[in-house]
Design a protein around this ligand. Structure first.
Ligand code: IVH
Length: 695
């Protein structure tokens, strides 16, 4: 380091250490202790220093993370040890057969086999080579024998160490793992791509692969990739390294600075693996990353050598796959449904097929453009998948199997319910029925009125509301409150008890409806929960709202010209005015507590920020609503500024983070006490905190 003053060297070393430390806190431990802005400031300081003294730069500097190197092509290079694939088990029987066979081969009683189990992540396999503790090469799996050198790209991946941590760092280490992208980041990324006129990726795996195999590493740097370690190749000349068990191997990787899947764990027996597999299957859709099963590895590494490899996979590991999330079936018909706003939504009617353990027989096709873009035709054999493992989706037709007489789909231009014209507004993807009295529109509006987004009439599901409408018992939302026990008796599967519950539920909804709920329940276009709240904070009741003019409405936060116009249109409609009169006569006429804002200020949670995590005994939305009604504000993430984290059962990383940051954590009972403390406050002005039991 000729010509570099010792003080500068020292400063550079110091900055690097700080940046590495904070990077690890953030990306590996999920526990940042400084703000992003503070991190950026340190980073810029190091960049400036390296610009002034270019000799300071080397491959392990955190400044490498921004990318910069542009390659002409990707070079290929042999792996020192082949990167094998994995054999799969598709059922518990497959797994039991495997454990029996493995125990025999290893000459061990089956009960003595323990397994390291980690999620099978759906990304791109990668090998990272560290020499003297510094990342020198990153190689894709390729064909297993040789891969492509993607070192500059991989250096930009934020959560992998450029330099290994700790005392016992091997002189030569090959770490293997999966490059992944979170589902959330994947969706955001796709949205941005589409907005910028680019192409979206089909799934997180393609996104990860496409991002890594970039010649310009600055492109990779802008993609939110993560590296999750799951094993090693050669370590100081030894396959699998010096460790006696897989558990110790993984602990060592973690200590050296690698992220490993938080769900990974040791299972003491084959039976425990089955439990872990089932548990992860249930948690699957709530995990941040896409996974397609688990990988079980014999924990005792001394057995690996004797077990050896088949032509394609190690005998000491097996992937237990979740049932396929894609399947083929026949698209029998495309049905068009009319929604409460008159929108015509095409729905695929499918031959029932199991996808990821759930039978799918219908799937939304969104709109006419979507059908045209995929060129879906009635009679086609199609590929169906459960996106995010929840909502079924038709991916594409399988063209080789298209019947010769299949015709391109023509979207209807008349409403299938009432026969009125269906028109497409300028710039909109949807066709709408123009008839506001369309029976389908009326039925869906009434269903919406009763639903969770509306008055939330407890226990009366949408099927029942539909049945009431179809029988002619209910012709408008107001009719719900006129239903009698005798009328209910006419319905199949309606017992005395259920009928009594329904009547009580209608009555409760009528008496307890708040103004924002009722505004929302009316289903005006563009008026959702937030806007309804804002309107209720300004107008005392529906009369006041209905009398408000176009200009006046726009003074409400959240309300622009489009929303104001929709509100005016709603109240100009004589049918809607008649409905409001009926509500008034029925006593369904909430009045905002005046002034709403002032009441909130005095609420027990006035000015406090809250976040809910884990499972509560009441629905999350309801808890949030209660908190807001008490003057609290719901925020989206844990930070030092958070006033309360309300933790239900099975609270995870948010709880850990809140505890680490010293944020007050409440259990559900403490939260309820806090809500109740507002009422008491007038009489006994004790500080609410004193009544809390902090977890
Ligand atoms: S162990 C020799 N563990 O699955 C052992 N692989 O189907 C090989 N994969 O190419 C790998 N998550 O990239 C292992 N937790 C995990 C994994 C995992 C995903 C990938 C791996 C491999 C493919 C084989």
């Amino acid at each position: 380091m000729n010509g570099i003053p010792p003080a500068v060297l020292e400063q550079s070393r110091n900055l690097r250490e700080q940046l590495e430390y904070h990077s690890r806190q953030y990306y590996v431990l999920d526990d940042p202790t400084i703000t992003d802005a503070e991190y950026d400031a340190l980073f810029r300081e190091l960049v400036a220093l390296e610009e002034e003294y270019p000799d300071l730069r080397d491959a392990s500097s955190p400044t490498m993370r921004v990318g910069g190197q542009v390659l002409e092509s990707l070079e290929s290079r042999a792996h020192s040890l082949r990167m094998y694939s994995l054999d799969n088990a598709f059922s518990v029987e497959d797994w039991r057969e495997y454990t029996g066979r493995t125990a025999r081969l290893a000459n061990k009683p089956e009960q003595e086999l323990a397994f390291w189990v980690d999620p099978k992540m759906d990304g791109l396999a990668m090998e990272l080579i560290y020499e003297q503790g510094v990342l020198t090469t990153a190689l894709t799996r390729g064909d297993g024998e040789k891969g492509e050198v993607v070192t500059p790209s991989m250096r930009t991946v934020r959560n992998l160490p450029l330099r290994l941590r700790g005392e016992n760092v091997p002189a030569y280490l090959e770490v293997r793992g999966e490059v992944v992208i979170t589902r959330k980041e994947f969706e955001l990324f796709n949205e941005r791509q589409l907005a910028a006129g680019g192409k979206a990726f089909a799934n997180p795996r393609n996104a990860a692969a496409g991002s890594v195999r970039q010649l310009d590493s600055r492109v990779t740097a802008a993609r939110p990739l993560r590296f999750m370690a799951y094993g090693v190749g050669l370590v100081d000349g030894a396959a699998q390294g010096p460790w006696d068990t897989y558990e110790h191997l993984m602990q060592a990787l973690h200590a050296m600075g690698f992220a490993i899947a938080p769900e990974a764990r040791l299972c003491a027996s084959a039976a425990e693996v089955e439990t872990a597999f089932a548990e992860l299957g249930r948690k699957r859709s709530s995990l941040p990353f896409e996974i397609d099963g688990v990988v079980a590895k014999v924990n005792d590494i001394s057995l690996h050598e004797s077990l050896g490899f088949t032509a394609r996979a190690p005998r000491w590991a097996l992937a237990l796959k979740f049932p396929a999330v894609q399947a083929r079936t026949v698209l029998r018909a495309i049905q068009v449904q009319v929604g409460r706003t008159g929108v015509l939504t095409p729905v695929a009617v499918l031959d029932p097929v199991a996808v990821g353990g759930v039978t799918v027989s219908r799937a939304t096709l969104h709109n006419a453009d979507e059908i045209a873009a995929k060129d879906l035709r009635e009679g086609d054999t199609v590929l169906v998948q459960r996106a995010g493992d929840v909502i079924p989706e038709v991916v594409r037709p399988i063209l080789e199997e298209r019947p010769a007489d299949a015709q391109p789909y023509v979207f209807p231009t008349i409403c299938p319910s009432c026969g009125s014209e269906a028109a497409r507004a300028e710039g909109e993807a949807a066709y709408r029925c123009v008839n506001s009295l369309c029976p389908a529109v009326v039925r869906e509006s009434i269903k919406f009125f009763a639903s969770k987004s509306g008055l939330d009439i407890q226990g009366v599901g949408s099927r029942w509301v539909e049945a009431f409408v179809d029988k002619g018992l209910v012709k408008s939302p107001a009719d719900l409150f006129r239903i009698t026990t005798e009328q209910l008796r006419d319905f199949d599967r309606m017992g005395e008890k259920l009928a009594a519950n329904f009547i009580a539920a209608f009555e409760t909804a009528r008496v307890t409806a708040s103004l924002p709920r009722l505004i929302c329940a009316l289903g005006m276009r563009h008026v959702g929960e937030q806007t309804a709240k804002a309107l209720a904070a300004r107008y005392r009741d529906l009369d006041a709202l209905s009398a408000a003019g176009f200009e006046d409405l726009q003074a409400v936060p959240d309300v622009g010209p489009e929303v104001a116009e929709a509100i005016c249109l709603y109240f100009e409609n004589p049918g809607n005015q008649a409905l409001l009169r009926e509500f008034k006569d029925l006593g369904l006429w909430p009045v905002a507590p005046v002034p709403a804002a002032a009441a909130k200020q005095g609420g027990p949670l006035a000015g406090k920020s809250l976040l809910f995590t884990g499972t509560l005994s009441l629905p999350r939305e309801k808890a949030e609503r209660l908190a807001e009604e008490a003057g609290g504000r719901i925020v989206s993430g844990v930070s030092r500024k958070l006033d309360f984290l309300v933790a239900g059962d099975k609270a995870g990383s948010k709880l850990q983070k809140a505890q680490a940051l010293g944020v007050a954590v409440l259990d559900e009972a403490a939260f309820m006490r806090l809500l109740g403390s507002g009422a008491k406050q007038a009489h006994e002005p004790a500080a609410p905190q004193e009544q809390l039991r902090l977890l």
